[in-house]
Design a protein around this ligand. Structure first.
Ligand SMILES: Nc1ncnc2c1ncn2[C@@H]1O[C@H](COP(=O)(O)OP(=O)(O)O)[C@@H](O)[C@H]1O
Ligand SMILES: [Mg+2]
Length: 389
């Protein structure tokens, strides 16, 4: 069967062939070579559907350059395609339809609303999900504001902190509106009475733009900046889910989101937990629970959506040490670890999907040769995490 071949599938960012994450794919190619895994990069646009050939992009570690070569289909596909509004995204749909039978390391997840509703089906996760509603009419917002002193409004398909609003109840029936527009620019904060709130939000077309209304978690540090955590869980070289690492993120000054692309800063989880939570035992317990919960969430999502190899969970940990799931990211960047100074975690984050690919290939080979494969079975619950009050 020769060397296993992994195709990293991505999308061009424009019509001139611009690709994101090329440096990561470069690192993956080099690491893959050492492990006996042949890696190339392609987009659905590079596929010749008639001849079943791919005009692949390959990195040559010797000349340190990218070249094109026609290749046959890979044994496995690592899907790194992120959502974009373009014809290229439509082409991705066509590729998935035609080649859905191939071996994918990971499958697509759905939008924030569907993921929320899916997660709520498992009672273990309910206490960790900020209450969320689809915005259908102004009364959805009013109902939530009556329940919670802080709420977040965010688009179901948003990314990178774009188009997110935060509404905080203040004294005297005044509401503070803050946020970022679709281009991620910080909007001018506004203070309005309830009677004016809906009017001020009219331009945001919350219904047409498919917004969620979500219970907000109080995450302001003493210096006024918001924070949260990026937990990366990945399958390892034995086909099992493992925590690769978790980093803290501190939002830019005046920002209501912590995303690094919005000027956020990455720090170690431990240092950030200690800054926000005074009790050391609470810190340790929160860390452990965040890890366990993330593994369980990954296992659950995989059961629902099909094979996955990695997920990054945006987690909030409040001052009592309670864990909240803000978002599930199926195509995570790894840079947060480098920025937090965690080089080894960064390295592992790049290598683990490759180790998993090799393991998966081995399983397929055994099945073909009718040797008992080490089944990729549903991972058991190792330890029960505390049930909610
Ligand atoms: N319910 C919430 N409570 C407090 N902060 C939130 C909440 N939802 C989102 N945020 C903040 O906004 C950021 C972006 O929200 P997220 O749901 O991850 O959307 P995106 O896809 O744009 O990253 C989070 O990382 C967090 O800093
Ligand atoms: Mg996010």
């Amino acid at each position: 069967m020769g060397q296993p071949v992994l195709g990293i599938m991505t999308l061009y960012l424009n019509d001139n062939g611009l690709l994101e994450e090329k440096p990561i794919y470069q690192k993956m190619t080099i690491a893959g070579k050492k492990m006996g895994l042949d890696i190339y990069v392609f987009t659905p646009r590079d596929v010749n559907y008639k001849q079943n050939r791919i005009n692949a992009l390959m990195f040559d570690p010797v000349t340190k350059s990218w070249t094109r070569k026609w290749r046959s289909f890979p044994h496995m596909i690592f899907d790194r395609c992120r959502i974009q509004r373009s014809q290229r995204f439509v082409e991705l749909g066509k590729f998935r339809k035609q080649y859905g039978h191939l071996t994918f390391l990971n499958h697509m997840l759905r939008n924030k609303w569907i993921i929320y509703r899916t997660m709520r089906k498992d009672p273990r996760f309910i206490p960790h999900l900020p209450l969320t509603k689809m915005y259908e009419s102004p009364s959805d917002l009013t109902d939530m504001i009556r329940k919670y002193p802080l709420i977040y409004l965010k688009p179901i398909n948003g990314t990178g902190g774009r188009g997110i609003l935060r509404i905080q109840k203040q004294q005297g029936g005044i509401y503070l509106i803050q946020g970022r527009d679709q281009s991620r620019r910080i909007i001018h904060p506004q203070r309005v009475p309830l009677s004016e709130l809906h009017g001020r939000l009219e331009g945001w077309n919350l219904k047409e733009n498919h917004y969620l209304v979500q219970q907000g978690i109080q995450l302001k540090l003493p210096n006024g900046r918001v924070h949260d955590y990026r937990m990366l869980v990945q399958k390892n070289g034995s086909g099992l889910w493992e925590v690769t690492g978790c980093a803290g993120r501190i939002g830019a000054s005046g920002s209501i989101t912590s995303n690094l692309h919005g000027g956020g800063e990455a720090v170690t989880m431990q240092s950030l937990l200690k800054r926000f939570i005074k009790n050391d035992e609470t810190v340790e317990a929160a860390k452990l629970q965040a890890e366990e919960l993330s593994i369980q969430m990954a296992i659950f999502l995989e059961q629902t959506y099909g094979r996955l190899c990695e997920l990054a969970l945006d987690l909030a940990i409040d001052q009592k040490g309670h864990i909240w799931l803000l978002e599930v990211n199926p195509k995570p960047a790894r840079e947060v670890f480098i920025q937090a100074g965690e080089k080894e975690t960064y390295r592992r984050a790049i290598v683990r999907p490759l180790e998993y690919a090799i393991w998966l290939h081995e399983q397929k080979k055994r099945r073909k040769e009718k040797i008992q494969p080490l089944e990729e079975k549903i991972q058991p619950l190792e330890e029960k995490f505390p049930t909610p009050e």
